[in-house]
Design a protein around this ligand. Sequence first.
Ligand code: DGJ
Length: 697
Amino acid sequence: MISYIDNLFVIEMKNSSYVFTGGDVPTALYWGEKLHGEELGYLSKKRGHSSFDPDLDRNREEYGFWDSYSVLESCLKINYEKNRQLDMRFEDYFIRTEGGKESLILRFQNQYSSLKAEIVYEVYPEFDIIGRSMRLINDGEDVVIENLKSGSVSIPPQKHYRVRYLSGKWAGESHRNDQYLENGAFTIQSRTGNTGPHFNPAFALDNGTASEQSGNVWFGLLGYSGNWQITFEKTTFENVKITAGISNYDFSYTLYKNEEICTPIMYVGFTACGYGSMSRILHAFENKYILPRRKMGRVLYNSWEATGFDVRVESQKELAKRAAKIGVELFVIDDGWFGQRHSDRAGLGDWYVNKEKFPNGLVELITYVKSLGLDFGIWVEPESVNPDSDLYRAHPDWVYRFNDREPMQARNQYTLNISKPEVKQFILDFMEKLLSENPDISFVKWDMNKTLLDVSAGNTATDKELWHRHVIALYEIWETLRRHFPNVEFETCSGGGSRVDLGILRFADQCWPSDNTNAYSRLSIQEGFSYFYAPRIMTAWVTDASTGEERKYERPYSYRFHSAMMGMLGIGANISRFSEKTLMEFAKYIAQYKEIRKTIQYGMQYRLSSLLESPLHAVEYISEDGEEIIIFAFHQGFCYDAPEPRLYPQGLCSESLYQVEGMEKPLHGSTLMKAGLETSLYGDFDSKLIRIRRIQN
Ligand code: DGJ
């Protein structure tokens, strides 16, 4: 519920309150466990320290319009031809109700020009989440925006401030990190033009004592797939402000008369029940409000790690035949089916079927795959082009480049300037052709294998807009395709997990978190991922190798399957080389996954034990109705003198009776949670799937 009482805006949610003052500079007063927000007026008084800090309220502003006062990060900074004056005055507010969901909108008017701003708070009370954004409307002369953020939030005073965030690299994304804040600023960001592998736009913050099961945790995710920035600032006045939005890096954007621009949405939330609760809230929130639809994820086969670029119709048919036999539901052909794409050196951009590999067109493979009872999916990378391609030869001016130099290549490719109307149209045309000529394509894996380089349209005055325009064009393309092909599912992939964020996930059904398919490496990548993103979107394949021929390894199939079953199971191994016995083993695991996938994809996830802290790694899933419990447990290495690890399930009802598969007698929830379960895991890369059923409430 949203209310406005005595110049206080009070947002009451299920378990939390968010309170700030109104006026020209809305200032954070409280965010945390639920209280009587309307009583907080006594905290609202002007505070100053000295002529060096004349207004301490500005350290907690909800949205910093830059008006010359600048101690901390501001949210909006502008430039007119002759001045840069911004004096935003509060006009009024209104509450909008849409689909049972309330939003608070505060309206501001610049005193020096016809520029209006609307600060928006979308409230999701059942999840204790607020979506923060700003809409800027220009009714007057053209204005250049130099800084555009979604908003700021302030954390109530704590003894310590620990920021938990994800960092990584290609094939090593989503690793969990902790950073204690000292006075000063700490920033996570992307300057690579996409969400990036180095950091993910998500954070959690606690006082250093929160655990999986307890403690106050404030969290936030930015829904943006371009250059972004989240800055945590701690002042000497024990104030922590977090500001998120589009990165300042090489950014400027001209808003012409009668135009408007909306910032990305920063979703922020609070829980008093630890990191586990934060993740469960986020998973349920994403499933309900972010992802385009609720649908059970299919078990897919992807040929990339088996055949690479050599996707000939015969080899793909053989793989598909075997995939059908082991219970796969969706067959996805990866890179290499088009143009002269025999390696990553050529063909990208030439979206016509390679006749050598598919003499009868794609239809032969699609028809065969469908006759096996499988669905068909296909890989594309529309934003990129190889210099050695017909597309580039015809349109060298379509790629990002400065006038006077050859653009830098990465993976032998350039990036297309998709904000150019003709380039955007080219992508829409070939995608629409592909999907309408082949109505049996029900899945698209959209890849993007490089960082954006040489982002220029030939040294134009508006070059600095291109980073943002790329993201907007991308969203428009995805939105159009989804609208025209509502039954096609989309996967977001960027050389692995470089494009995973709540912006693209409004259009994507699932994502590819990492090119690293090593089942052991995946445990920590997947754990980091699970902090902020739902298992329903996390694809994981059982493969032969990790990242290349030279890195072949052997892990038991049980271990590989258990690791990949923790999200959306897929197979990427070269099953055409498998014996009948191995195929049957695969079939057994796939059948098992289908029995439990509803609980995994849509249940509540509990991280019971992490390999970052213990030899035992265990994750539990409880079905939405509480009847089924699934636990995956992993033990990495045999240790002669180590005791058998025990795991302690969570989230059960103390007085309900549960039957653990393989145990003689049922046990009460309290017994299981307090005394724990013996795992009988000892060996190297030992793992186990534990199934539990509630048999009495
Ligand atoms: C990178 C992806 O992450 C892989 O799965 C695969 O699709 C390759 N690109 C293909 O080039």
